[in-house]
Design a binder for this molecule. Structure first.
Ligand code: G3P
Ligand code: CA
Length: 253
């Protein structure tokens, strides 16, 4: 039967640009986030870690090796050292000069313009990062997201339990690519603190989507890199699609 407009399941599917529009510009850079905004994505997804001297930075890997011209662990480099690095050239000379953004910079540049799906990447390496993220959101009054679309997610469930306690009004997501996390018992447990269950798309089927909804959560799935994968997730009626190519997510009218 037709679901009502406010039941959370019939709303538009969120188009979430994975590390920004990372199919078109270097992941987790302002170039990729601006591109996602231009492409009218609903959210940018960002990976947050911490420099040796405590600055929250936006980068996916726990080393800078793959996506910059430097080497070393994110946690062992000072922000000044990281800020020297070129985070764009690896994807093409037209992107040279892109920097590793700070979390502050991303919040200030995009808040109110596009949703921000904040992933705490390997928070076990950064004790206290939950408190830091909380403080940065609270300082900006972003812990009461009325019109601001903010979600905090992680593969680290303990970290998300902490965030849920510290930011009770901010939606929480759990990430997994592990089939054992899709059981009824697991979903029931996640629903105690999470609002989103966000699995890799290989785990998605209609039964899982229904089960997540029955447990009062929404489902956002990743990572779409082909039009076929986008189409599959649209047919599964997930609530959000996390994609390197925002233009692949085209719901049929
Ligand atoms: O947002 C989901 C996705 O980003 C999780 O995987 O490795 O790309 O951070 P990863
Ligand atoms: Ca991520």
């Amino acid at each position: 039967f037709a679901k009502g407009p406010d039941d959370g399941h019939s709303k538009k599917i969120a188009n979430i640009a994975h590390r920004g529009a990372s199919g078109y510009a270097p992941e987790n850079t302002i170039a990729a986030f601006d591109k996602a905004f231009q492409m009218k994505a609903d959210y940018i997804e960002i990976d947050v870690q911490r420099s040796k001297d405590g600055e929250l930075v936006v980068i996916h890997d726990t080393t800078v090796d793959r996506t910059t011209d430097g080497t070393g662990n994110v946690k062992d480099l000072s922000f000044a050292e990281m800020n020297q690095l070129d985070a764009g050239s690896w994807m093409g000379e037209q992107f040279s000069g892109e920097k590793i953004p700070t979390f502050d910079e991303v919040l200030d540049r995009y808040r109110g313009k596009i949703g921000i799906l904040i992933e705490l990447k390997s928070p076990e390496l950064y004790p206290g990062i939950e408190e830091q993220v909380t403080q940065k959101l609270k300082k900006r009054n972003m812990d009461k997201p009325k019109n601001e679309k903010i979600i905090v997610q992680s593969f680290n469930f303990e970290s998300m339990k902490k965030i849920d306690k510290m930011l009770p009004r901010v939606p929480i997501g759990v990430l997994t690519s592990n089939a054992k996390d899709t059981s009824e018992a697991a979903l029931k447990e996640f629903s105690k603190y999470a609002d989103y269950f966000n699995p890799s798309y290989g785990l998605v089927n209609k039964e899982l989507v229904d089960l997540v909804h029955m447990n009062g959560m929404k489902i956002q799935s990743w990572t779409v890199r082909t039009p076929e994968a986008a189409q599959f997730l649209l047919e599964m009626k997930v609530d959000g699609i996390i994609t390197d190519y925002p233009d692949y997510v085209k719901p049929k009218k």
